[in-house]
Ligand binder design. Structure first.
Ligand code: ATP
Ligand code: MG
Length: 564
């Protein structure tokens, strides 16, 4: 174990762990867990916690459990459990045979509650929820002790058993810890440990009508699993005294150390399951896996790689104070990873027909094009070239401004992997005046991409052969929210929704090598960005691509001008 202690731990959580390894606080053991509640899909904030917990487990030759923290039946479901399992695995982590469910501990948790009652540390309180709230006191005033606080142990045991047996209405009684109504920490003012709640649990059905509260269930689940380091987000700092109190009262040998770190906040992004559910339910997105969602499922469908997400999580680090991470850092990590691994292809999003007047009508050339400019190991594919091509509409202007370097009447440009072409004429729609065809001549001497006479061109355009290319739908995504902090003013966060976050282009053309491209496969469309075959909607008949990310950060440029 000792060899895994590094000379300089990379963050304060690891510092604490290494101190414990040095002092043998947990006999050299490191056991962490990732404890999601299955009431929604995982998002990129959860990924930070997944990477931290599983990363620590691996680094110190310890373990990391995956535990469904499923003690509140409301909103929990098997669909969410399955999505969580799928997402954590996809991120690249392995819990071996240590997938646990807090709901499997219900009986044990009940017995612990009975022990607390027997020790005089918990009592059945028959005040209503409102009364309990009213008597909780304020920052300056202590709370009032419940009139039921001195109930004898025997009576408490009897009432608690009858609560379990279903003899009372929801809310008629609760089990409370007997701690200190004058504690400066509100959570220590006789917190509720159990409540009556008739609800069907997705795993235990109607077996239980009382359910433990988070603070009671969480520390005990950690202890049952012999976790050493219970890593959670900062908002649980005030819960730590209660976490420790419960374990101390029960004199449990396994007493994990809770450590709090700052949660991930991302600009232009909402990271709260409750709010993400609203987006799904309102139909603002097509589902949890909508490629605009900050969920792992959405990012996977969009085309983000697990490596990019892990690299992002390692770059943002782990700290003790809240901050806001710029979402363009995440996009940067995605670009960096895809630049290495994505084969290059050509596709035209808004096609404009180009006719090479002097190219033989029936001739077709096959250009052998490398799949990656720096990596010959990725091979090459052949791309057909013919008399009729498509180029990007925005690469041509009939009346270009001075600095327009692309195609225009009388101007010469290079076609990627091929010839120089020069615009000689345009055909327009007589009704609208729109250019529908651009006529060019090509220079047969420039097949190499260079002119023998040494003349230069200003631009190289991507293209596809009109007759050989295949149709595709391409979905362009922008940020889902227009505000840096969508929940910032506490107002209705849906007001800052970017209504133009999805643009679907239906008449794109892509090179024929993409016929039959596998769902989920990723490409760089030259000059345009990275694209992924949509895993849900794409088929061999109807190719659908998601734009994963542009080649450069176009948003930074816009907001740099003060528009963002
Ligand atoms: P949300 O705020 O989205 O509802 P949650 O905390 O209720 O999230 P849980 O399922 O309880 O969701 O979270 C599982 C684990 O992930 C917890 O340990 C939690 O601290 C951690 N986690 C949740 N959100 C973030 C975040 N934004 N950054 C880092 N860790 C997070
Ligand atoms: Mg939670």
């Amino acid at each position: 174990m000792a060899q895994s202690i590094s000379s300089s731990p990379s963050d304060f959580v690891r510092e604490v762990i290494e101190e414990h390894l040095r002092t043998s606080r947990f006999k050299g053991r490191v056991a962490t867990r990732f404890p999601p509640e299955p009431n929604g899909y995982l998002h990129i904030g959860h990924a930070k916690s997944v990477c931290l917990n599983f990363g620590i487990g691996a680094q110190y030759e310890g373990t990391c459990n995956l535990r469904m923290d499923d003690t509140d039946p409301a909103g929990e479901s098997l669909e969410y459990v399955e999505s969580i399992i799928n997402d954590v695995r996809w991120l690249g982590f392995d819990w071996q045979d240590r997938l646990f469910y807090a709901s499997d501990y219900f009986e044990q948790l009940y017995q612990y509650a009975v022990q607390l009652i027997n020790a005089g540390k918990a009592y059945v309180c028959s005040l209503s929820a409102d009364e309990i709230r009213e008597q909780r006191g304020t920052v300056t005033e202590p709370g009032k002790e419940s009139p039921y606080r001195q109930r004898p142990v025997e009576e408490n045991l009897g009432l608690f058993a009858r609560m379990r047996a279903g003899e009372f209405e929801d809310g008629a009684h609760v089990l409370r810890a007997k701690i200190d109504m004058a504690s400066p920490n509100f959570l220590m003012r006789d917190p509720v440990l159990y409540r009556i709640k008739r609800a069907t649990h997705y795993r235990t059905g109607t077996k239980w009508c009382i359910y433990p509260m988070y603070d009671f269930a969480h520390c005990l689940s950690d202890s049952i699993e012999k976790i050493t380091h219970s890593i959670c987000t900062l908002e649980f700092e005030n819960n730590r005294p209660l976490y420790d109190w419960i374990l101390d009262q029960l004199r449990l040998d396994s007493h994990p150390q809770q450590i709090e770190f700052a949660r991930l906040n991302l600009s232009y992004t909402i990271l709260s399951k409750r709010r993400l559910i609203e987006l799904v339910q309102q139909g603002a997105v097509t589902g949890w896996d909508d490629p605009r969602m900050p969920t792992i499922a959405g990012m996977r469908r969009r085309g983000y790689t697990p490596d990019a997400i892990r690299s992002f999580c390692s770059r943002i680090g782990v700290a003790k104070n809240e901050n806001l991470v710029d979402v363009s850092l995440l996009e940067h990590c995605v670009r960096e990873d895809l630049n290495e691994r994505a084969p290059r292809v050509m596709g035209v999003l808004r096609p404009l027909r180009v006719i090479l007047d002097n190219y033989p009508e029936t001739q077709v050339e096959e250009f052998e094009c490398p799949n990656h400019p720096q990596n010959p190991g990725m091979g090459s594919r052949s791309v057909p070239f013919s008399r009729e091509l498509y180029i990007e509409e925005e690469d041509f202007l009939e009346n270009p401004p001075k600095k327009f370097f692309r195609l225009a009447p009388g101007k010469e440009v290079r076609l990627r992997f091929g010839y120089f072409i020069k615009c000689v004429n345009v055909v327009k729609d007589p009704q609208t005046g729109r250019v529908t065809e651009v006529h060019c001549t090509y220079d047969p001497e420039t097949r190499s991409g260079f002119a023998p006479d040494g003349r230069k061109v200003d631009a190289t355009l991507h293209w596809v052969s009109a007759n050989h290319s295949i149709p595709a739908e391409v979905r362009l995504y922008d940020r889902l929210f227009q505000a840096v902090d969508p929940t910032g003013d506490g107002d209705d966060f849906t007001k800052t929704l970017n209504l133009k976050s999805l643009e679907s282009l239906g008449s794109c053309r892509v090179e024929p090598s993409l016929a039959g491209a596998a769902p989920g496969s990723r490409y760089q469309f030259e000059r345009l960005g990275y694209f992924c075959v949509d895993a849900k909607d794409s088929s061999t008949k109807n190719l659908v691509f998601n734009r994963i990310v542009t080649l450069r950060d176009s948003w930074a440029k816009i907001s740099g001008k003060g528009k963002g």
